[in-house]
Design a protein around this ligand. Structure first.
Ligand SMILES: *Cc1c(COP(=O)(O)O)cnc(C)c1O
Length: 238
């Protein structure tokens, strides 16, 4: 269990090396620790090693963990698929949602965000590899969705998120292509809408996981979502 502290250190070193290689300061890349399937004790250990932001995919599991960790000033990010009948707990118990890909979901999150909390930070999930089975909006439909979501009162549009299809065996240029496409979309939106007040906080490119963080950071990721490299291999209940 000392491993969590050491693993976090190793991930920070990977991030620093990747950022330096891209000519960026290491602090320009935020680390989100993805704690899905790991228990509250593991999250607490990561917190004690300096980690504040945690990502969860399953609402029920996340709420149980949050209840056990109420004494800590953690920042919770929802990164799982979100059905429209499950938006309320996401709106009430998280600081960020990375997986918005439909206006209906965004409207519900805005309507359900408690008014005593700051606006909910939102990333729009893009289906960058064009996989039929995957969530995420098609790149062609992104500008219209971004403009609509940016206008919702209890949301703050922060950026874009993607989970490119894994391609560990592919050549570096091939592996990096979807991340480069994400960066291009991000910059396109900034060029088109960046002057509008509703886009003032549009600053986040959420991409890169344990196996591809270097490729993502090389292409401009500034928030990486890392699970197994911190907490170890996940075991899903049968
Ligand atoms: C599980 C998950 C991660 C972390 O994946 P690892 O390969 O364990 O680093 C990142 N992003 C999303 C959306 C996930 O579901």
């Amino acid at each position: 269990m000392f491993a969590i502290r050491q693993n976090l250190q190793a991930v920070h070193e990977r991030i620093s090396a990747a950022a330096s290689a891209a000519g960026r300061p290491p602090e320009s890349v935020r680390l989100l620790a993805v704690s899905k399937t790991f228990d509250a004790a593991a999250v607490r250990m990561a917190y004690e090693a300096g980690q504040i932001a945690f990502g969860e995919n399953y609402l029920q599991e996340a709420l149980e963990k949050q209840a056990l960790l109420q004494d800590l000033p953690l920042e919770w990010h929802f990164i799982g698929p979100l059905q429209s009948n499950k938006t309320r707990p996401a709106a009430e118990h998280f600081a960020w949602v990375h997986t918005v890909d439909r206006l209906k979901i965004a409207e519900r999150l805005s309507a359900q965000r408690p008014s005593d909390l700051p606006p909910l930070n939102i990333c729009l999930q893009v289906n960058i590899s064009g996989e039929a089975s995957k969530s995420g909006i098609a790149p062609a439909d992104l500008p219209a969705l971004a403009a609509a979501v940016a206008g919702l009162p209890q949301l703050r549009l922060r950026g874009l998120m993607a989970i490119p299809a894994p391609a560990p065996e592919a050549a570096p240029e091939v592996r990096r292509a979807p991340f480069a496409q994400m960066r291009a979309l991000f910059e396109q939106l900034r060029a088109e809408y960046g002057a509008q007040p509703a886009f003032a906080a549009f600053d986040t490119l959420s991409m890169g996981m344990s196996d591809d963080l270097e490729d993502a950071v090389a292409q401009g990721a500034n928030l990486v979502r890392i699970g197994s490299a911190i907490f170890g291999k996940r075991h899903y209940p049968a």
